[in-house]
Design a protein. Sequence first.
Length: 149
Amino acid sequence: MFGLTSGVITTLGLIVGLHAGTHSPAVVIGGIVTIAIADALSDALGIHISEESENIHTPKEIWSATIATFLSKALMTLSFLIPITLLEMYQAIIVSIVWGFLVLTILSIRLAANQKTPAWKVIAEHLGIATLVVIATNVVGKFVARLLL
């Protein structure tokens, strides 16, 4: 679940920030593909090292967790290419935010059920953090664009 949540929030921040700073679909697409590879590999390696350090898992279990982390995070990140490539950028950004918030809501509901806590609290926390990321990256993107003009 960590990889998916992280993938959604990271990708939303990247999309919003790059769009605010460049208004270039090519830059946003390049950013998504780059983060799909780099961030997914980084998290997969982190899981790999974490599983190894526990010294209780078989090599097969470790590699299974590593590969699952990479694939889930990469595919989640790449799913944001669909609206970006099919829609006008403004619409694609809105659809991406809605898609990301929907995924976070579903993951939050599952997490709350596992922890036996009220779902609304978990949803509010996660969507609140995602909202802060979207706002912050939008502001930073616009600031960087002004610096470069």
